[in-house]
Design a protein around this ligand. Structure first.
Ligand SMILES: [Zn+2]
Length: 495
């Protein structure tokens, strides 16, 4: 049996942990040895972005697989999140591997090729994504508290500096407040933004137009905060720089100006543009408005020359899409079954992680003892300076490496209940969520659920690929139906 290995650190991780690649490589090699796989090639991605497009080693890996797929049985990664950072990428990569007869193996996680194993593999990849959201959620909770107390949690804007001292306000005015006062006074007296910019340049201050506008819009200068947590301005704990009346006048001027500039983006009207596909020629459909006798009609249509595809009304296409999404919303019974296996899986995994954490902690203690010993020897004069620096450097590197591993392992302890609740909510409300989302979210959503787009023909939608979690849920649905007594099944009860 032959295998290849892929390891990766992102740019950010690279800066934080210099050892991770070595650890990954060694762990993967050990895994191969343990399973008696022959290692054909190792791909090491050094500090590149997680986006597939930017990963040079990853591209080499794909090329290599294309050339030698017959010889390769496995691809080993240190952890699944090394392969892809998000579900969509993960899905694509796994389907590419499957097509080439290659089985994905994680050196540190249990995955198998059984249906349950596949399910778990997908759940884990999703969890990695959801957990990031969870983590930012926790950060958010901390931020909401700070905001409630009127504390400014972001980098201080021009005219202020951050102040972390307890019992004092979170922002302190700086000498630059004079600039802020001048900007607001001039603008409220009718000066144009470009005039203000060139005035400032005269006294040696360069400010971009975008930054100027940001300043004018920022309620921080009247000691208030606009946050995503509350839909009103929250009172801050610092000194205002600008009078509220002046600030209000500035907002009025800006609002009038922006109305005349706002041009509606035609793209906004067609969320399914380039997502729906022409069943006759495979082209992606586009959307446009056509003028009727008294009103305008919106259509999705094919742009391929000579294609016979009959344009479909926007409303029709979108309501068909909503119906189609509802087809995939599983029943509670299916979801409960699914949640149960997911919970069991995570419980097992966390048990395993607990063991890993205690081993790592033990090793860390030993390393720290070792460090103390080296320091003692140095104090006693046993070590010369160069040797001491080298020794202490080595042991400190090892300590860092262990800490990173510990951090990574404990990060895996996700809040499974929260993830599943979110997941259930998402999966039960797909059509509504899509309907209520803005254009960007609609697009992300569509691509996530149907990575290959959707064909539309004679008012029927069909797709070649759905999100693996959804397709696994479909499998579950079948199994749940089969497990019901024939009597119930014959009554035609939908599970
Ligand atoms: Zn066509």
């Amino acid at each position: 049996m032959n295998t290849i290995i892929y390891t990766r650190v992102s740019t950010k991780e690279q800066a934080e942990q210099s050892f991770s690649l070595k650890t990954q490589k060694e762990t993967c090699l050990e895994y191969a040895k343990r399973n008696k796989y022959e290692v054909l090639k190792i791909f090491i991605e050094k500090g590149e972005s997680a986006k597939t497009t930017n990963r040079t080693e990853f591209n080499k890996l794909i090329e290599y697989i294309n050339l030698k797929s017959n010889e390769i049985d496995f691809l080993i990664v240190f952890k699944l999140d090394r392969l892809a950072r998000n579900m969509a990428d993960h899905t694509n990569i796994v389907s590419f591997l499957t097509k080439n007869g290659i089985i994905l193996k994680s050196a540190t996680e249990a995955i198998s090729q059984t249906p349950e194993g596949k399910l778990m593999e997908n759940m884990m990849a999703t969890f990695a994504q959801f957990d990031n959201d969870q983590r930012s959620h926790r950060t958010r909770l901390g931020m909401i508290q700070a905001v409630k107390e009127g504390r400014y949690v972001h980098k201080a804007p021009l005219g202020y500096r951050n102040n972390k001292k307890d019992g004092e306000s979170s922002l302190m005015q700086t000498d630059e407040k004079i600039i802020i006062e001048k900007i607001f006074t001039d603008f409220s007296h009718g000066k144009k933004q470009h005039e203000i910019i060139s005035d400032l340049k005269q006294i040696g201050i360069t400010i971009a137009k975008q930054s100027l506008k940001k300043i004018l819009l920022n309620p921080v200068y009247i000691a208030k905060m606009k946050t995503s947590f509350f839909d009103y301005l929250v009172k801050g704990d610092w000194e205002p720089t600008i009078d509220e009346i002046v600030f209000g006048k500035v907002q009025d001027i800006l609002a009038k100006k922006s109305i005349s500039y706002s041009i509606k983006n035609v793209d906004d009207d067609f969320p399914l543009r380039r997502f729906l596909k022409c069943p006759q020629c495979n082209h992606k459909l586009t959307g446009s408005w056509s003028k009727g006798r008294s009103m305008k009609y919106a259509y999705y249509h094919c742009t391929k020359k000579g294609c016979k595809f009959k344009p479909i009304k926007k409303e029709k296409a979108e309501s068909l899409f909503l119906e189609y999404l509802r087809l995939f919303e599983p029943a509670d019974r299916v979801l409960d079954d699914f949640s149960k296996s997911a919970k069991e899986f995570v419980k097992d995994k966390q048990k395993l992680n607990g063991k890993i954490v205690s081993t790592l902690n033990k090793e860390l203690t030993e390393l720290e003892d070792n460090k103390n010993r080296i320091e003692d020897l140095a104090i006693a004069g046993t070590f010369e300076k160069d040797r001491f620096i080298r020794k202490i450097g080595e042991v400190e590197k090892d300590i860092t490496q262990k800490r990173v591993e510990l951090d990574n392992t404990s990060k895996e302890n996700i809040d499974i209940e929260a993830v599943l609740n979110y997941f259930k909510f998402f999966i039960k409300n797909m059509a509504n969520l899509w309907y209520e989302s803005d254009l960007d979210k609609k697009r992300t959503f569509q691509d996530y659920i149907f990575p290959e787009g959707i064909f539309i023909e004679n008012n029927i939608l069909r797709t070649t690929q759905i999100n693996p979690i959804l397709s696994l849920l479909e499998d579950y649905k079948d199994r749940v139906i089969n497990s019901l007594s024939p009597l119930v099944a014959h009554r035609g009860l939908e599970p």
